[in-house]
Design a binder for this molecule. Structure first.
Ligand code: IPD
Ligand code: CA
Ligand code: CA
Length: 274
């Protein structure tokens, strides 16, 4: 492993500080009950007042500290920037869990430098668990190094997945899901793409595959954390034309990718990274 770039470490420290402040806001906002502000692609695709407040806090902090950086946020932040650094932010990943009081949601902050994923911070405010990584510096959970699992036979693999908010896409997804389920040990649907990628990074999931991911904010931070922990992550086009994320420990990745293809997750053109 190469020594981490001190410039990236400074960005990571800032991202951690901002994520913690946003996490405190999100957690304390739940105490007064969750206010659904809007629905998006379907009635299950909800946005709460806390999603918006968290993104406003994060963008305000980034702009104050680094006014020339670009920002992309799920709830509307979209600034190009001129520094070559871009922040890709999900102010709450796992909003359905957040609204239901399930402790599986996260503030997710990824940073790209020169267009390449470079820093990842995923903080679960409900549990206090914090995942961090900088390119070349390894991945950590609450400051302790983490590694992806050693590959297991597919029939023993516990695989994270997820389903779209859109009803029609869900109906189609039952086909690929029906192919996958008999060929692995079991699936988990935690409801946060960022935490799913961190679960692969820390070795608690043997793989993750999901089509219909909302956008780069879902995986920007998790990609850095999983990659630095010894997993491979690909962002592809799925069989229904949507963003498909596939992740597994690097040594077992080719076999997992083959399984995913055999189960019909990949479009004909799906081998090309997006
Ligand atoms: C969603 C979660 C979910 C995944 C969806 C995402 P949100 O993000 O990551 O696990 O299945 O594709 O959109 O809406 O909670 O920020
Ligand atoms: Ca999300
Ligand atoms: Ca979100």
């Amino acid at each position: 492993m190469q020594p981490a770039d001190p410039g990236l470490e400074a960005l990571e420290a800032l991202a951690v500080d901002i994520a913690r402040e946003a996490g405190d806001l999100v957690r304390s906002a739940r105490v007064d009950g969750v206010q659904i502000a809007e629905t998006k692609s379907s009635g299950t695709d909800i946005v709460t007042a806390a999603d918006r407040a968290s993104e406003a806090l994060i963008t305000r902090r980034i702009r104050a500290a680094r006014p020339d950086d670009g920002i992309l946020g799920e709830e509307g932040a979209d600034a190009e920037g001129s520094s070559g650094v871009r922040w890709v932010v999900d102010p709450i990943d796992g909003t359905v869990n957040y609204a239901h009081g399930l402790p599986a949601y996260a503030v997710s902050i990824g940073i790209e430098v020169g267009g390449e994923p470079a820093v990842g911070v995923v903080l679960n405010p409900a549990t206090g668990v914090e995942y961090t990584a900088v390119r070349g510096g390894g991945a950590r959970r609450n400051g302790e190094p983490i590694r992806a699992a050693a590959p297991v036979p597919l029939e023993s693999a516990l695989v994270g997945t997820g389903f779209s908010y859109e009803r029609d896409l869900r109906i189609s997804q039952t086909r690929t899901f029906a192919e996958l389920l008999p060929r692995i040990a079991d699936v988990r649907r935690f409801g946060s793409c960022a935490l799913d990628l961190c679960a692969v990074a820390e070795g608690s999931l043997d793989g993750y595959v999901e089509e219909g991911i909302g956008g780069a904010w879902d995986y920007a931070a998790g990609v850095v954390i999983a990659t630095e922990a010894g997993a491979r992550v690909e962002v592809l086009t799925g069989t229904y034309g949507r963003i498909l994320v596939v992740a597994a420990p690097t040594a077992g990745y080719p076999e997992f990718r083959r399984l995913v293809a055999e189960c019909g997750f990949l479009s004909a053109a799906g081998s090309a990274d997006r």
